[in-house]
Design a protein around this ligand. Structure first.
Ligand SMILES: Nc1ncnc2c1ncn2[C@@H]1O[C@H](COP(=O)(O)OP(=O)(O)OP(=O)(O)O)[C@@H](O)[C@H]1O
Ligand SMILES: [Mg+2]
Length: 281
Protein backbone atom coordinates (compact mmCIF):
# COMPACT_ATOMS: atom_id res chain seq x y z
CA UNK A 1 0.00 0.00 0.00
CA UNK A 2 1.22 3.47 -0.80
CA UNK A 3 1.36 5.66 2.31
CA UNK A 4 0.89 9.34 1.66
CA UNK A 5 2.19 12.30 3.66
CA UNK A 6 -1.16 13.42 5.00
CA UNK A 7 -1.98 9.90 6.20
CA UNK A 8 1.14 10.19 8.30
CA UNK A 9 0.05 13.67 9.37
CA UNK A 10 2.78 15.65 7.66
CA UNK A 11 2.27 19.13 6.24
CA UNK A 12 5.62 18.81 4.48
CA UNK A 13 8.09 16.01 4.20
CA UNK A 14 11.42 15.28 2.53
CA UNK A 15 13.14 11.98 1.89
CA UNK A 16 16.87 11.39 1.43
CA UNK A 17 17.32 14.99 0.43
CA UNK A 18 20.70 16.22 -0.77
CA UNK A 19 21.67 19.64 -2.04
CA UNK A 20 25.16 20.17 -3.39
CA UNK A 21 26.59 23.43 -4.65
CA UNK A 22 29.49 23.40 -7.10
CA UNK A 23 31.46 20.40 -8.33
CA UNK A 24 34.74 18.62 -7.64
CA UNK A 25 36.83 19.51 -4.60
CA UNK A 26 34.94 22.73 -4.02
CA UNK A 27 31.57 21.00 -3.63
CA UNK A 28 29.50 22.25 -0.68
CA UNK A 29 27.14 19.61 0.71
CA UNK A 30 24.49 21.93 2.09
CA UNK A 31 22.17 18.95 2.73
CA UNK A 32 23.52 15.44 3.02
CA UNK A 33 20.66 12.93 3.15
CA UNK A 34 17.85 14.53 5.18
CA UNK A 35 14.60 12.61 5.78
CA UNK A 36 12.16 14.48 7.99
CA UNK A 37 8.55 15.61 8.19
CA UNK A 38 6.89 18.75 9.55
CA UNK A 39 3.79 17.43 11.34
CA UNK A 40 0.45 18.97 10.50
CA UNK A 41 -0.73 21.44 13.13
CA UNK A 42 2.56 21.43 15.00
CA UNK A 43 5.02 24.22 15.70
CA UNK A 44 8.50 22.92 14.81
CA UNK A 45 11.72 24.83 15.45
CA UNK A 46 14.84 24.14 13.38
CA UNK A 47 18.19 24.93 14.98
CA UNK A 48 21.83 24.37 14.12
CA UNK A 49 25.07 26.26 13.48
CA UNK A 50 25.37 28.88 10.75
CA UNK A 51 25.87 27.10 7.42
CA UNK A 52 24.35 23.81 8.64
CA UNK A 53 21.66 23.88 5.92
CA UNK A 54 18.59 25.29 7.73
CA UNK A 55 17.58 27.83 5.08
CA UNK A 56 18.38 25.40 2.26
CA UNK A 57 16.11 22.77 3.85
CA UNK A 58 13.22 25.21 4.29
CA UNK A 59 13.56 26.55 0.73
CA UNK A 60 13.39 23.03 -0.72
CA UNK A 61 10.49 22.05 1.56
CA UNK A 62 8.58 25.12 0.39
CA UNK A 63 9.29 24.41 -3.28
CA UNK A 64 11.43 27.53 -3.65
CA UNK A 65 14.53 25.56 -4.60
CA UNK A 66 15.15 22.13 -6.15
CA UNK A 67 17.18 19.38 -4.46
CA UNK A 68 20.20 17.67 -6.04
CA UNK A 69 18.58 14.33 -5.16
CA UNK A 70 15.77 13.05 -2.96
CA UNK A 71 12.08 13.96 -2.93
CA UNK A 72 9.87 16.56 -1.28
CA UNK A 73 6.13 16.59 -0.55
CA UNK A 74 3.83 19.43 0.41
CA UNK A 75 0.91 17.70 2.11
CA UNK A 76 0.06 14.89 -0.28
CA UNK A 77 1.63 16.44 -3.33
CA UNK A 78 5.03 15.24 -4.52
CA UNK A 79 6.55 18.58 -5.54
CA UNK A 80 9.92 17.22 -6.71
CA UNK A 81 9.02 17.25 -10.40
CA UNK A 82 6.37 19.97 -10.51
CA UNK A 83 6.77 22.80 -13.03
CA UNK A 84 7.47 26.33 -11.80
CA UNK A 85 3.92 27.33 -12.68
CA UNK A 86 2.35 24.48 -10.70
CA UNK A 87 4.62 25.17 -7.76
CA UNK A 88 3.77 28.87 -7.76
CA UNK A 89 0.04 28.18 -7.54
CA UNK A 90 0.49 25.55 -4.79
CA UNK A 91 2.74 27.84 -2.75
CA UNK A 92 0.50 30.87 -3.13
CA UNK A 93 -2.52 28.97 -1.80
CA UNK A 94 -0.91 26.87 0.92
CA UNK A 95 2.44 28.23 2.05
CA UNK A 96 3.60 31.39 3.81
CA UNK A 97 7.33 32.11 3.88
CA UNK A 98 9.18 34.62 6.05
CA UNK A 99 12.57 34.98 4.37
CA UNK A 100 15.75 35.47 6.35
CA UNK A 101 16.33 38.54 4.15
CA UNK A 102 12.60 39.60 4.22
CA UNK A 103 12.23 39.89 0.37
CA UNK A 104 9.79 42.78 0.53
CA UNK A 105 8.79 44.50 -2.72
CA UNK A 106 10.57 47.90 -2.63
CA UNK A 107 7.99 49.71 -4.76
CA UNK A 108 5.02 48.69 -2.58
CA UNK A 109 4.17 50.27 0.76
CA UNK A 110 3.67 48.22 3.94
CA UNK A 111 0.00 47.52 3.27
CA UNK A 112 0.74 46.60 -0.36
CA UNK A 113 3.39 44.15 0.76
CA UNK A 114 1.08 42.55 3.33
CA UNK A 115 -1.72 42.20 0.77
CA UNK A 116 0.59 40.86 -1.96
CA UNK A 117 -0.50 37.20 -1.63
CA UNK A 118 -4.10 38.28 -2.27
CA UNK A 119 -3.07 40.58 -5.11
CA UNK A 120 -1.19 37.72 -6.81
CA UNK A 121 -4.23 35.52 -6.38
CA UNK A 122 -6.35 38.18 -8.08
CA UNK A 123 -8.66 38.92 -5.15
CA UNK A 124 -9.15 41.26 -2.22
CA UNK A 125 -9.44 40.09 1.39
CA UNK A 126 -13.01 40.27 2.63
CA UNK A 127 -14.83 39.98 5.98
CA UNK A 128 -12.97 37.60 8.29
CA UNK A 129 -9.80 37.85 6.23
CA UNK A 130 -9.72 41.63 6.47
CA UNK A 131 -10.33 41.37 10.23
CA UNK A 132 -7.44 38.91 10.60
CA UNK A 133 -5.11 41.19 8.62
CA UNK A 134 -6.11 44.15 10.78
CA UNK A 135 -5.38 42.13 13.91
CA UNK A 136 -1.95 41.18 12.52
CA UNK A 137 -1.16 44.80 11.64
CA UNK A 138 -2.02 45.89 15.19
CA UNK A 139 -0.33 42.97 16.95
CA UNK A 140 2.85 43.66 14.99
CA UNK A 141 2.67 47.44 15.60
CA UNK A 142 2.58 48.27 11.90
CA UNK A 143 -0.50 50.52 11.86
CA UNK A 144 1.47 53.82 11.87
CA UNK A 145 3.68 52.58 9.03
CA UNK A 146 1.13 51.32 6.48
CA UNK A 147 2.00 53.98 3.87
CA UNK A 148 5.78 53.59 4.22
CA UNK A 149 7.97 51.73 1.75
CA UNK A 150 10.50 49.10 2.91
CA UNK A 151 13.51 51.45 2.57
CA UNK A 152 11.83 53.81 5.07
CA UNK A 153 11.59 51.07 7.71
CA UNK A 154 14.03 49.67 10.26
CA UNK A 155 15.19 46.06 9.89
CA UNK A 156 12.83 44.92 12.63
CA UNK A 157 9.88 46.75 11.04
CA UNK A 158 10.64 45.11 7.68
CA UNK A 159 10.78 41.75 9.43
CA UNK A 160 7.35 42.37 10.97
CA UNK A 161 5.92 43.23 7.52
CA UNK A 162 7.35 39.95 6.19
CA UNK A 163 5.65 38.08 9.07
CA UNK A 164 2.31 39.82 8.49
CA UNK A 165 2.53 38.96 4.78
CA UNK A 166 3.25 35.28 5.50
CA UNK A 167 0.32 34.99 7.94
CA UNK A 168 -2.15 37.24 6.07
CA UNK A 169 -3.74 34.47 4.00
CA UNK A 170 -3.79 31.96 6.92
CA UNK A 171 -1.81 29.37 4.90
CA UNK A 172 -1.77 25.71 6.02
CA UNK A 173 1.98 25.85 6.38
CA UNK A 174 4.21 28.74 7.45
CA UNK A 175 7.99 28.68 7.09
CA UNK A 176 9.75 31.39 9.07
CA UNK A 177 13.52 31.78 8.71
CA UNK A 178 14.80 33.47 11.90
CA UNK A 179 11.63 35.60 12.18
CA UNK A 180 12.73 37.18 15.46
CA UNK A 181 16.37 37.76 14.49
CA UNK A 182 15.94 41.53 14.21
CA UNK A 183 13.37 42.10 16.94
CA UNK A 184 13.66 43.34 20.52
CA UNK A 185 12.58 40.77 23.10
CA UNK A 186 9.07 42.16 23.64
CA UNK A 187 8.27 42.31 19.90
CA UNK A 188 9.95 38.93 19.43
CA UNK A 189 7.65 37.44 22.04
CA UNK A 190 4.60 38.88 20.23
CA UNK A 191 5.72 37.19 17.03
CA UNK A 192 6.35 33.86 18.77
CA UNK A 193 2.92 34.04 20.38
CA UNK A 194 1.35 34.72 16.98
CA UNK A 195 3.09 31.66 15.54
CA UNK A 196 2.15 29.51 18.53
CA UNK A 197 -1.46 30.70 18.30
CA UNK A 198 -1.49 29.94 14.55
CA UNK A 199 -0.71 26.30 15.32
CA UNK A 200 -2.62 25.81 18.59
CA UNK A 201 -5.80 27.71 17.74
CA UNK A 202 -5.94 27.58 13.96
CA UNK A 203 -4.24 24.22 13.28
CA UNK A 204 -1.63 25.73 10.99
CA UNK A 205 1.75 24.01 10.70
CA UNK A 206 4.76 26.16 11.52
CA UNK A 207 8.44 25.53 10.76
CA UNK A 208 10.70 28.17 12.25
CA UNK A 209 14.48 28.51 12.07
CA UNK A 210 16.01 30.17 15.10
CA UNK A 211 19.32 30.44 16.95
CA UNK A 212 17.54 31.49 20.14
CA UNK A 213 16.70 28.77 22.72
CA UNK A 214 13.96 30.98 24.22
CA UNK A 215 12.29 31.26 20.80
CA UNK A 216 12.70 27.52 20.15
CA UNK A 217 11.03 26.73 23.49
CA UNK A 218 7.76 28.14 22.08
CA UNK A 219 7.75 25.20 19.63
CA UNK A 220 6.32 21.70 20.21
CA UNK A 221 9.40 20.10 18.68
CA UNK A 222 13.00 21.09 17.96
CA UNK A 223 15.02 19.65 15.07
CA UNK A 224 18.77 20.19 15.08
CA UNK A 225 20.82 20.29 11.89
CA UNK A 226 24.58 19.78 11.78
CA UNK A 227 26.62 19.69 8.56
CA UNK A 228 23.57 19.11 6.39
CA UNK A 229 22.12 16.28 8.51
CA UNK A 230 19.46 16.01 11.19
CA UNK A 231 21.42 15.30 14.36
CA UNK A 232 18.62 15.46 16.95
CA UNK A 233 14.86 15.67 17.25
CA UNK A 234 13.39 16.70 20.65
CA UNK A 235 9.87 17.30 21.90
CA UNK A 236 8.63 19.77 24.47
CA UNK A 237 12.05 21.07 25.50
CA UNK A 238 12.47 24.10 27.77
CA UNK A 239 14.83 26.99 26.90
CA UNK A 240 17.27 25.67 29.55
CA UNK A 241 17.24 22.17 28.04
CA UNK A 242 17.74 23.55 24.54
CA UNK A 243 20.66 25.75 25.70
CA UNK A 244 22.25 22.79 27.49
CA UNK A 245 21.92 20.61 24.39
CA UNK A 246 23.39 23.30 22.12
CA UNK A 247 26.30 23.90 24.47
CA UNK A 248 27.06 20.17 24.71
CA UNK A 249 26.79 19.82 20.91
CA UNK A 250 29.15 22.78 20.40
CA UNK A 251 31.68 21.32 22.83
CA UNK A 252 31.39 17.93 21.13
CA UNK A 253 31.84 19.58 17.74
CA UNK A 254 34.88 21.52 18.96
CA UNK A 255 36.43 18.31 20.34
CA UNK A 256 35.77 16.32 17.17
CA UNK A 257 36.55 19.24 14.87
CA UNK A 258 33.11 18.83 13.27
CA UNK A 259 29.48 19.29 14.19
CA UNK A 260 28.09 16.33 16.14
CA UNK A 261 26.44 13.57 14.15
CA UNK A 262 25.44 10.02 14.89
CA UNK A 263 23.39 8.38 17.61
CA UNK A 264 25.20 10.02 20.53
CA UNK A 265 24.50 13.53 19.32
CA UNK A 266 20.83 13.39 20.29
CA UNK A 267 21.72 12.49 23.85
CA UNK A 268 24.53 15.00 24.20
CA UNK A 269 22.73 16.99 26.87
CA UNK A 270 21.51 13.96 28.73
CA UNK A 271 17.92 12.82 28.58
CA UNK A 272 16.49 16.29 29.22
CA UNK A 273 14.18 16.15 26.21
CA UNK A 274 12.59 13.12 24.63
CA UNK A 275 14.23 12.09 21.38
CA UNK A 276 11.64 11.50 18.73
CA UNK A 277 13.47 9.62 16.06
CA UNK A 278 10.81 7.52 14.43
CA UNK A 279 9.62 10.23 12.04
CA UNK A 280 13.08 10.33 10.56
CA UNK A 281 13.07 6.64 9.77
N1 LIG B 1 23.65 29.53 -3.69
C1 LIG B 1 24.64 28.93 -3.01
N2 LIG B 1 25.82 28.65 -3.61
C2 LIG B 1 26.82 28.01 -2.96
N3 LIG B 1 26.73 27.62 -1.66
C3 LIG B 1 25.58 27.88 -1.02
C4 LIG B 1 24.49 28.55 -1.65
N4 LIG B 1 23.48 28.67 -0.73
C5 LIG B 1 23.93 28.11 0.41
N5 LIG B 1 25.19 27.63 0.23
C6 LIG B 1 25.99 26.92 1.23
O1 LIG B 1 25.23 25.88 1.77
C7 LIG B 1 25.46 25.76 3.17
C8 LIG B 1 24.14 25.85 3.92
O2 LIG B 1 23.62 27.17 3.79
P1 LIG B 1 22.29 27.65 4.52
O3 LIG B 1 22.01 29.04 4.05
O4 LIG B 1 21.25 26.63 4.31
O5 LIG B 1 22.75 27.64 6.05
P2 LIG B 1 21.96 28.10 7.36
O6 LIG B 1 21.96 26.93 8.28
O7 LIG B 1 20.65 28.69 6.99
O8 LIG B 1 22.94 29.22 7.96
P3 LIG B 1 22.60 30.62 8.76
O9 LIG B 1 22.28 30.24 10.17
O10 LIG B 1 23.90 31.36 8.64
O11 LIG B 1 21.48 31.31 8.04
C9 LIG B 1 26.46 26.83 3.54
O12 LIG B 1 27.76 26.25 3.57
C10 LIG B 1 26.35 27.82 2.40
O13 LIG B 1 27.57 28.48 2.18
MG1 LIG C 1 19.87 30.58 7.07
Amino acid sequence: MHITSTELGFAARVERLTKHYGTGEGTVRALDGVSVGIRAGEFTAIMGPSGSGKSTLMHIMAGLDAPTSGRAWLGDTDITDLSDGELTVLRRRRVGFVFQSFNLIPTLDVEGNILLPFELDGRRPAGMERARIDRLIDALGLRPRLRHRPHQLSGGQQQRVAIARALAGAPDLVFADEPTGNLDSRTGREVLQLLQEASREHGQSIAMVTHDPIAAAFADRVLYLGDGRIVADHRGASAEEISAYMLAAELDGARAGTAPTGPDAAGAAGAAATPDAQVRA
